[in-house]
Design a binder for this molecule. Structure first.
Ligand SMILES: [Zn+2]
Length: 407
């Protein structure tokens, strides 16, 4: 981190967004203001996936470990990277049974798929899940929100026929591009191919790698190579972004998987009435909410775009006499859905403006006698621009436009 830039842990404390505590190493506590950012991102990703035809689901956090033995994760990640508990329950005849906190959602997604027989008419079936995962990162590697042991993933699994792979992967790539452009990140695609230790036949790996590279090619995208860096069940395209300080992060991923549909014997009835095996496509856009919020916090140095700002407008009455008018303006804007706070403290106007700037509030409304008489507002942005004597409606329109553009 260069000298005058703060890291997300410091900004998180100063702006009261989030923190970590020794009582839960590697798992963040979200303060009310940080939770606003989290929820806005959640709302955004829900809209994005709903518009793309995904159906939202939720699966249990604690499951019997046998599921991860069947999927192959146990062998790969083993006891050292998963949180395991031995429990005895009456339902299991008081035998000791191993349970685990899920480190990923995939195997449980296959249980949703198998809930009932599936027809080719339902494919592609796009099941999304904002799932809370636990991974046993080494304590030396745990770092604020960047590397955590408890993370929230914007996950999805698509069940498709082989013919549908190209369209599905293309749509996901489009989603990723528009997403990263919106946040102004430079991005780069990387194709990660078969690792040494892997599940599934070479024939399936050939097919899967070719499908991903075809999708990239046909979209005119070039991808760097991550030879041998695929998941154990299939190849993937990872998106790497560069943050404001030139650091590189891997966030989004799309993975093709012929292995788990086989391991879990997933089927659909095809148009000829015969049972066929679907392909599974895993994808995430944020990757982890925690890491993404850490990167955004450092990228913007706490000055989040208006749609994400915990407080969007601070109303500052110049003297006590203007308090009633300040309340009236604040109520009007609150009813329109903006996040407003009114600074009634007996401080000078200058010091209230300074505090608004320290808190990185995008807009401050300065309300004195003149504004009250003319029924207008004077605006000061956090970057120091002034706009005096505009109507409440004009101001509202300006902020709403800012929020809609997510700029
Ligand atoms: Zn998955």
């Amino acid at each position: 981190m260069s000298n005058n830039l703060k890291d997300h842990k410091q900004i998180g404390q100063e702006l009261e967004l989030f923190f970590t505590d020794e009582i839960a190493p590697g798992a963040p506590f979200w303060l009310p203001k940080g939770m606003i950012i989290f929820k806005e991102l959640e709302k955004y990703i829900r809209e994005l996936t709903e518009n793309a035809g995904y159906l939202e689901t939720s699966t249990p956090i604690m499951v019997k470990a046998e599921l991860f033995k069947q999927s192959g994760h146990w062998e790969k990640f083993g006891e050292h990277n998963m949180y395991n508990l031995q429990l005895s329950d009456e339902a299991d005849g008081n035998k000791s049974v191993s349970y685990t906190l899920k480190p990923m959602n995939c195997p449980e997604s296959t249980i949703l798929y198998r809930f009932r027989p599936r027809s080719y008419r339902e494919l592609p079936l796009r099941l999304s899940e904002i799932g809370r995962l636990h991974r046993r990162e080494k304590s030396g590697e745990v770092n604020g929100l960047l590397r955590v042991r408890q993370l929230t993933m914007d996950d999805a699994h698509i069940y498709a026929t082989e013919d549908q792979i190209f369209d599905e992967v293309s749509n996901i790539l489009d989603m990723m591009i528009s997403f990263y452009k919106m946040f102004g990140f430079e991005y780069e695609f990387r194709l990660a191919t078969r690792p040494e230790t892997r599940a599934g036949s070479d024939e399936n790996w050939d097919k899967a790698e070719k499908a991903l590279s075809d999708a990239l090619k046909k979209k005119g995208l070039t991808a760097g190579d991550k030879m041998g860096d695929g998941a154990f069940y299939g190849p993937k395209i990872d998106v790497h972004i560069k943050d404001s300080q030139g650091r590189e992060w891997q966030l989004a991923t799309v993975q093709l998987d012929f292995h788990q549909p086989e391991a879990f014997k997933l089927e659909y009835t095809d148009s000829d009435g015969k049972p066929k095996r679907p392909v599974m496509i895993h994808r995430a856009i944020f990757g982890s909410f925690e890491r993404f919020i850490a990167i955004l916090t450092e990228q913007y140095q706490g000055a989040f775009p208006t749609w994400l700002s915990p407080s969007q407008v601070t109303v500052i009455p110049i003297t006590d006499k203007n308090n009633a008018y300040a309340n009236k303006v604040a109520d009007f804007l609150k009813k329109e859905g903006l996040r407003i706070n009114v600074d009634f403290r007996g401080e000078t106007m200058q010091s209230k403006i300074r505090d608004g700037q320290t808190q990185k509030v995008p807009y401050m409304l300065i309300l004195g006698n003149r504004e009250e008489e003319e029924k207008k507002v004077s605006v000061r942005t956090r970057s120091g621009k002034n706009l005096s004597g505009i109507s409440q409606d004009e101001f509202l329109e300006k902020v709403k436009k800012d929020i809609d553009q997510k700029a």
